[in-house]
Design a protein around this ligand. Structure first.
Ligand SMILES: [Zn+2]
Length: 454
């Protein structure tokens, strides 16, 4: 039988600004929600860190509790996706489908466990409308210019979570100043769509949800309207306004506290600079896994404490490459004891103190040195690697382009087949040439087209 640890997990709670012992509302089922990707472009290392930290916490919670629901949403309707659709000449659905696949594939290559639930906004419009209705019934909204807006004036606790003054809020990021708002900090729950934009019928006309309401609604759909969420996570850039707004919505829809523990991870810097398109220093997972092995990336992302910024530099990569080489060798030298399940108590203790991954790496390094000498340390090392999601059984090499671009290849083949069907042989030829340049060879069979790497 599986042995459950009795250790206490301590986590820094953004709500109380203190490190606290985690106590779930119901020991039989722990609920954790993390804001997932808006699927309009390829994920970068910042996105990977924001998914890896909850992955470690998920593994830890599963050691301690029988049932853990880990929910990570997919924002598949958003203005950014609409912009990407325009520039890639695709539909919003095609864009969101493509980047959802790439995101999930990237995360899986990095050894992340699949969340228990991955709800999409477009599958959850009815619960979003229901949640907005509850907030309206409580008297916390107003309608202006066909928008349903949350009236922050009506919720006295607004701003307490992020601890900001009105001026700081207005100067803050991602606040939209609009003439129809009573106060700049009010935010949209539902907005109108025109015929070309994605939309759904609602009591407030044809339109689409605002960003913040989707998370609150999907949480409630899965855990139940009147239940309190145990843990909510995300990047610390989401504290305001996104999480401040989620708290306001959650409370006003149900008249109960929304979530007990909030955790936030720090930013990833590249050579001490913020990643940005204009600086041209955005590091995409798709590019990175062609150069260094996925497990090296995984280790590098754990090298800093999750609440601190992580600086991505040549030395971060070099140190991780050296360490992972050592780990991999010892792991494979001892592959006969790979099945030793539960010998990672020391590691679990270290991580239970606010997910101290740098300390966990120090421990892993020291136990790897002792592993040659005795069986206990050997078992502890193998078991700890397994717990942390270091998979050395598969070929731990940089990933070939074709493996990762499978989605793109399949799409090109579909496009080519469509062109052939429409007798647009010029276009079909061009697509074949493009695949050729990607080192992909295709063969047309009677009923389908197959491809292989040249
Ligand atoms: Zn969210």
């Amino acid at each position: 039988m599986h042995k459950y640890h009795s250790m206490k997990i301590k986590i820094f709670n953004t709500l109380t600004k203190k490190k606290e012992i985690f106590q779930p509302a119901n020991e039989d089922c722990v609920n954790m929600y993390v804001c997932g990707p808006t699927v309009y472009s390829n994920p970068h290392i910042g996105n990977a860190r924001a998914a890896l930290i909850p992955d470690i916490l998920f593994r830890l919670l599963k050691k301690r509790y029988r049932k853990v629901n880990y929910i990570r949403n997919i924002t598949d309707v958003d203005d950014k996706i609409m912009d990407a659709a325009k520039s890639e000449k695709k539909t919003v659905f095609e864009i969101s489908k493509k980047y959802t696949k790439i995101y999930q594939q990237n995360m899986s290559v990095l050894g992340l466990l699949e969340p228990t639930f991955q709800p999409k906004v477009t599958d959850n419009i009815p619960i979003i409308i229901e949640t907005i209705n509850k907030i309206i019934d409580g008297g916390f909204t107003y309608i202006a210019d066909n928008h349903v807006l949350f009236d922050t004036e009506k919720f006295p606790d607004y701003g307490k979570f992020s601890n900001r003054t009105l001026d700081e809020m207005i100067d803050g990021v991602r606040i939209e100043i609009a003439s129809y708002k009573k106060s700049p900090r009010d935010f949209v729950l539902w907005k109108p769509s025109d015929k070309e934009q994605p939309g759904w019928d609602s009591p407030w006309g044809y339109g689409r949800p605002g960003w913040h309401i989707e998370c609150t609604s999907m949480v409630k759909k899965i855990i139940g309207m009147d239940n309190i969420l145990d843990i909510h996570g995300g990047g610390n850039d989401l504290i305001f306004p996104h999480h401040e707004n989620e708290i306001a919505q959650g409370f006003c829809a149900t008249n109960t506290k929304y979530c007990n523990y909030w955790f936030h991870n720090g930013i990833v810097l590249v050579n001490k600079k913020k990643m940005s398109k204009s600086l041209g220093n955005v590091i995409l997972i798709n590019d990175l896994i062609k150069k260094i092995s996925p497990m090296t990336i995984r280790l590098a992302l754990m090298s800093a404490h999750y609440r601190q910024p992580l600086n991505w530099s040549a030395s971060t990569i070099d140190e991780s490459i050296n360490l992972i080489k050592k780990f991999e060798k010892i792991f494979n030298d001892n592959s006969s004891i790979n099945n030793s399940e539960d010998e990672c108590d020391e590691l679990v203790d270290i991580l239970s103190d606010d997910l101290n991954t740098p300390e966990a790496m120090t421990y892993l390094s020291s136990v790897s040195k002792k592993a040659k000498a005795n069986r206990h340390d050997k078992k502890a090392f193998i078991s700890s690697c397994n717990f942390l999601g270091f998979d050395f059984k598969n070929d731990n090499k940089p990933v070939k382009e074709t493996l990762i671009d499978e989605v793109v290849i399949k799409e090109l083949i579909n496009e080519r087949n469509l062109a052939r069907k429409n007798k647009d042989f010029d276009k079909a030829d061009k697509i074949r040439q493009k695949l050729n340049q990607m080192d992909i060879e295709i063969e047309d069979l009677a009923d389908r087209t197959v491809w292989k790497i040249k």
